[in-house]
Design a protein around this ligand. Structure first.
Ligand SMILES: O=C(O)CCC(=O)C(=O)O
Ligand SMILES: [Fe+2]
Length: 338
């Protein structure tokens, strides 16, 4: 049997109101139901911007350790550089750098108006990498545009008006971009014993937010779990990878399950990837949409406040404080799927 491949969807027709638009929505709905993952082409992010993003990403991780350490993430500030990330309490073999939405870009990053529950952005010394910050901010805005378009399409595929879901993202959304660097030789790997699954770039997980727009290089390492089998996501030139997260699973009342995925550790080539996590405002409360529930399909989740969920998850990613909180903790007992 040939290996399953996730679909490639051209999203260029989105935004128009013609038939190809409807076909694109149908294709996105089917991909969310069957895989939770799809490649997108026609995303309109210029190839030149993507090239600059790669250049700056590699330049950043190649900086001396001390230059990265000054922008280290802390318990209070989740933004910045980190090399001890935990997924399900197991240390992932990678380095990361996170930066997020800035509510007031005209003010300083550390201005109280830009201080969020996750912290505030911190950037490496501009003398060492002058183009890093402007390039990353430009890329953030490009991903934001794609993510809004996709979420509108997902809403339509669920039979609700396009702005039903994006409503909680306008203004102070809490999305962030993560730069992932998976080295081949991890100097810390002897510090902690391998978990039961062995060393991995990222341990199996679902993404907590609404959806993720992922730029990855040509090293195949991302795997998704489909019906108990790990399927490798083969990179498609010029495409971005999209996956839905826990919030879409809840809105859709399990019609679109958030896919479990993991990243294999790099063995002979280092790997880089940049997920953009599209997350709502902290105050957003999400629950199964009325349009997808009825007497035969009762809501399977109680309402969840994004800020609470994110806070608990972020603490668990930073250090091992016991079992990580999961979307399944919010299932209503006794309703199908619980
Ligand atoms: O590196 C990748 O391909 C995926 C990264 C990922 O799943 C994550 O950061 O949540
Ligand atoms: Fe992920």
């Amino acid at each position: 049997m040939p290996a399953k491949r996730i679909p490639v969807i051209d999203i260029q027709p989105l935004g128009g109101r013609t038939r190809p638009h409807d076909e694109t929505i149908t294709a996105i709905g089917a991909a969310c139901r069957e895989y939770g993952f799809f490649h997108i082409i026609g995303h309109r992010i210029p190839a030149d911007l993507i090239e600059r993003v790669w250049r700056e990403t590699k330049r950043f991780f190649a900086l001396p350790l001390d230059a990265k350490r000054v922008v280290s993430r802390s318990k209070e500030n989740a933004r910045g550089w980190y090399n001890r990330e935990l997924t399900k309490n197991a240390r992932d073999m990678k380095e990361v750098f996170d930066f997020g939405h800035t509510p007031r870009p005209e003010l300083l990053d550390e201005d109280p108006a830009n201080w969020t529950q996750d912290g505030f952005n911190r950037w490496p010394d501009a003398r060492l990498c002058p183009d890093f910050r402007p390039t990353m901010q430009e890329y953030f805005r490009a991903c934001e545009r794609v993510a809004f378009t996709l979420l509108e399409a997902i809403a339509e595929s669920l039979g609700v008006p396009p702005d039903t879901l994006t409503h909680d993202f306008v203004g102070r959304h809490t999305s962030f971009v993560r730069l992932n660097y998976y080295p081949c030789h991890d100097p810390l790997c002897l510090e902690r014993p391998a978990s039961a699954t062995g060393h991995l770039g990222i341990h199996p997980h679902t993404d907590a937010g609404a959806l993720t727009v992922l730029l990855h290089d040509d090293v195949s390492a991302l795997e998704i779990n489909l019906d108990g089998q790990w399927i490798l996501v083969e990179p498609v030139t010029g495409a971005l990878v999209v996956n839905i997260g826990d919030i879409v699973q809840v809105w859709s009342n399990d019609r679109y399950p958030a896919p479990v995925h993991r990243v294999r550790a790099s063995t002979n080539r280092e790997r880089y990837s940049l997920p953009f996590f599209f997350n709502p405002v902290y105050e957003a409360i999400y629950a199964p949409l009325a349009a997808v529930t009825n007497e035969q399909s009762l809501p399977r989740y109680r309402p969840i406040t994004w800020g609470d969920f994110r806070w608990k998850r972020q603490q668990g990613d930073y250090a091992d404080y016991g079992p990580e909180n999961q979307i399944s903790d919010y299932r209503i007992p006794g309703v199908d799927g619980a």
